[in-house]
Write a protein that binds this ligand. Structure first.
Ligand SMILES: Nc1nc2c(ncn2[C@@H]2O[C@H](COP(=O)(O)OP(=O)(O)OP(=O)(O)O)[C@@H](O)[C@H]2O)c(=O)[nH]1
Ligand SMILES: [Mg+2]
Length: 294
């Protein structure tokens, strides 16, 4: 996508790469083989990483909701989301697939699902078998990392970018579970550009899909808005402390702020500065910031 000279024009984020179209077809073929769908969302953006087709995918199957990256938001944000999701009738399984937090509880929940399935099979005169579970979710939310934690070894590739898993692969966990690792999926169209922006910020869509400068400028504006919400985790004077210049919106818009900090840090290279700010967010060096709150 061409870089915007005027970032206010906000070019739309396009993001449906070919491999995802292929992955979705493979997924459709394999759906009838699974008993349980483990949906994985990103704790920083639990709404933007809710896939609109999920209801169709989980039809007739059990469903577990994993909210991963719990280490990337504050405890207060987590509490607010937990209550909100439970009010909606969902049971969130909070995990940190990088460190292994919450994995044991999730494994037990998967095994319980399997036991229920096998009780029904035995009643119908069939032999018990391992429960077949599919991990599904947007790219880069941590599906493969979660599987590696469940099997306690690096069974599948897991890296810091979207689009690492390219094909479906079955992994046996102990005696009770068969897990299917799948590539991240995206809606064919995302009508909501704000969600698209949040996905870009969290590295949940490929970098080729967006203009980094536009994303950085929007991020600065989002940070400003989140300052009023303590559980979002935006510390006061964050931008000034981190980059040396305060953003006083009355005097200076985000674009001019970016210009000013680029002069100090990247020899006026706004693209490099934008990348640095976004990377700082992604590796939590701006703090634990929840981009969405209930
Ligand atoms: N901080 C943190 N990092 C995580 C967590 N879970 C996964 N990661 C990291 O996030 C990156 C992406 O993880 P993957 O497991 O490759 O994500 P994925 O959903 O399989 O991605 P695709 O295969 O591209 O769809 C890796 O660098 C992981 O180490 C988590 O809970 N917390
Ligand atoms: Mg993967």
């Amino acid at each position: 996508m061409a870089r915007a000279n005027n970032p206010v024009s906000n070019p739309t984020i396009q993001w449906y790469p070919g491999h995802i179209a292929k992955a979705e077809k493979q997924l459709q073929k394999n759906l009838n083989k699974v008993d349980l769908v483990i949906e994985v969302r990103d704790a920083r953006i639990p709404l933007a990483t809710a896939h609109p087709d999920l209801i169709r995918w989980t039809k007739g199957k059990q469903h577990l909701l994993v909210v991963n990256r719990l280490d990337m938001i504050s405890l207060n944000a987590r509490k607010e989301w937990d209550e909100w999701l439970r009010r909606k009738g969902l049971t969130p399984w909070w995990c940190n697939a990088k460190q292994g937090t919450g994995i044991k509880q999730l494994q037990q929940a998967i095994i319980r699902s399997g036991s229920q399935l096998n009780e029904r099979r035995v009643l119908r005169g069939m032999r018990p078998r391992p429960v077949r579970a599919l991990t599904i979710g947007f790219p880069n939310v941590g599906k493969s990392a979660l599987i590696n934690r469940l099997v306690r070894q690096k069974a599948v590739a897991s890296e810091r970018r979207a689009g690492v898993t390219r094909t479906l692969r079955w992994i046996r966990v102990g005696q009770d579970i068969d897990l299917l690792d799948a590539p991240g999926v995206l809606p064919t169209r995302l009508n909501d550009q704000h969600s698209a922006l949040l996905l870009a910020l969290c590295n949940d869509i490929g970098q080729a899909a967006y203009d980094i400068e536009t994303v950085a400028i929007s991020f600065i504006n989002i940070l400003k808005q989140l300052e009023d919400k303590p559980s979002a985790g935006v510390k006061s004077c964050l931008l000034e402390k981190k980059y040396g210049i305060a953003l006083e919106t009355e005097k200076m818009g985000a674009f001019h702020w970016l210009n000013a900090v680029s002069k100090i840090h990247t020899s006026s290279d706004r693209v490099r500065m934008s990348q640095r700010i976004v990377d700082d967010y992604r590796r939590t060096s701006l703090g634990l910031i929840a981009l969405e709150l209930p």
